[in-house]
Design a protein around this ligand. Structure first.
Ligand code: ZN
Length: 293
């Protein structure tokens, strides 16, 4: 039977731009719920300055509470300082991220692409020394809120930089949720030709309802790793107009309907999603956190 790996990014991508704060106990319930439904790869948080994303400032505590469950615990990190927090908190994998678009990179990370790649090189080294796995993510791999369609050359440039720094896997993101299946075919086949040995994942947002068509195309061209969020929550706070993520439940059902196994029980995701939506509907403000050193 064919198998795909799904990484749920709800606690990170889904909640970073949420309209309300999800308290730690509810995040814990969310993560345990995802785990209980069979999800074994979860991007739990981002280790960025709390000022930048206050909704995720409790990531160290959250990871500390779930790290003993047998799953791949993923944290997004922008720099070596974030890697240090990920190591201390017990993450298995760090997602490092650079935008194919220079202007989105500046908006999202507050520095140039080349400065970002320097930091990510150092971050990758540090993560590898501590035995962590590194996922190199390319955001705005299709379109950018400021620059429009992104030429392949820009994606190629950052992919090559990731290959040189020795990341363990690649992931391309349709940050705006506007990619078409033909664009997915183009990007995926070109990256796979460039990075023949590395696993390739795809992170889709879903502006027009095209995300599952993009999933089908990515699968057809060899992608077996997919990232998604419950209820399609999420969107980049530094990409104006970005759509929410591809919905985890829909993604799981889509694969199961075609006899492709995910290891996830989609009916167990529903109560987890409903509980989360109930918390979000309260529109709680984030508490004041201070950053750990
Ligand atoms: Zn996303």
């Amino acid at each position: 039977m064919e198998y795909v790996k799904i990484t749920d990014v709800t606690p990170r991508d889904g909640l970073q731009d949420a309209s309300g704060y999800v308290p730690l106990e509810n995040k814990l319930a969310l993560v345990k719920g995802l785990y209980g439904a069979g999800i074994r790869s979860i991007e739990a948080t981002a280790f960025v300055r709390s000022q930048r994303i206050p909704f995720l400032a409790d990531g160290d505590q959250l990871l500390g509470l779930v790290r003993d469950l047998d799953a791949e615990w993923v944290a997004l990190v922008p720099n070596p300082k974030g890697v240090g927090r990920a190591i201390r908190a017990g993450a298995d994998t760090v997602t490092v991220v650079v935008s194919a678009s220079e202007s989105h990179n500046r908006a999202n990370l507050n520095r140039s692409q080349s400065e970002t790649l320097d930091l990510l090189r150092e971050s990758t080294l540090m993560a590898h020394e501590a035995g962590l796995h590194v996922r190199g993510a390319v955001s705005t791999a299709f379109a950018c809120p400021f620059e429009g369609n992104i030429p392949w050359r820009q994606v190629e440039k950052v992919t090559e930089a990731y290959l040189r720094m020795g990341v363990d896997e690649l992931s391309i993101a349709d940050t705006m949720g506007t990619a078409t299946p033909l664009e997915v075919k183009d990007r995926v086949s070109k990256i796979r030709a460039l990075a023949t040995k590395l696993p390739l994942g795809i992170h889709l947002h879903d502006r027009f309802g095209w995300a599952l068509a993009n999933v089908a195309m990515a699968y057809e061209y060899g992608v077996r790793r997919f990232e998604s969020a419950l209820a399609g929550l999420g969107g980049c706070p530094y990409a104006p107009g970005a759509a929410g993520n591809l919905d985890t439940e829909h993604l799981v059902m889509f694969f199961h309907a075609q006899g492709i196994e995910t290891g996830i029980n989609d009916s167990l995701l529903k109560p987890v999603k409903n509980d989360l939506i109930e918390v979000l509907s309260k529109h709680l403000p984030p508490p004041n956190f201070s950053d750990p050193g």
